[in-house]
Design a protein around this ligand. Sequence first.
Ligand code: KG4
Ligand code: ZN
Length: 344
Amino acid sequence: MTGEKQKNAVILAIESSCDETAAAVVRNGREVLSNIISSQIDLHTLYGGVVPEIASRKHIERINQVIEESLSEAGMSLEDMDAVAVTYGPGLVGALLVGVAEAKAIAYGAGKPLIGVHHIEGHISANYIENKELKPPFLCLVVSGGHTHLVKVKDYGVYEILGRTRDDAAGEAFDKVARAIGLGYPGGPKIEKAARQGDPRAIAFPRAKVADHPYDFSFSGVKSAVLNYINGCRMKNIPIVEADIAASFQQAVTDVLIEHAMTAAEEFQMEQFAIAGGVASNQTLRSKMEAACRERGLKFYHPSPVFCTDNAAMIGAAAYYEYLAGKFAGWDLNAVPNLKLGER
Ligand code: KG4
Ligand code: ZN
């Protein structure tokens, strides 16, 4: 199907898998007519992480307004939509259910087809929005709070997972280390900011490899190394330099991500490489990855930060290719918290 089929479709997309309530209107998978995101970060910051029960309640409170805003910003009504798309997994079950129930009700009431979208497929598809020329095949590194996947995108909606994390996701490691050095939630942007004042060579944190699986990742070791380093400093009464810890940790994580991704790109002779997910908004990762791609003659793609972290425009982008393929969901669509990529 790559590149050949074209059909006009305007899709209302809904995303509620974690702590952002989001809705967007997307034309033909690549043109974002509106992208409304209501973040709950401030609420969850109080607890140092996402509280699932609070997330579900807030989604219920906000979802109708977010959808109304997305339609009005696009200057359209429900009648103008060709389909309603929603993230149905993976994610927090109570949070997903709010979006799924809402999308089903709206689509059924308006007589529109329903499309269920995999959250990771959404993250990958965020790359289509600002890179109109990007088409499969390409290699994509998905780095978010819940996932670290190295994925070969063979065609629209056709994926092969080459590697994944064995323990913590990359974003989860950022969040845990940020908490340990007292920076708070969400950790990624706070570590990135602190790291700007630090020396990335100050502390030698480990770069883990998984034996016999060159594309798999493990981040629990580097996280423990940071915790041990902090405890060691405290016991020896050595001052803790947060900026150096943040910079050295960020360096260790980005080194591993780049090394594994570039090994896979070479092995599978890929010509295009993309990054996606919340951690892909990290400027150090982006510029190091860009340099690594340039060295190897690989074309490098990345979404703008607003399309890296959770949003519904990426769900609308992914949904368009499901629409073209005629993959519609039934009214029995349910939330699947541990949905696997490629599973249908
Ligand atoms: O994709 P996302 O919004 O949600 C999930 O699907 O998980 O990713 C959120 C994750 C969090 O762990 C957050 O700390 C991380 O992305 N993150 C970052 C940055 N911005 C967000 N990590 C590193 N650097 C950043 N600038
Ligand atoms: Zn996400």
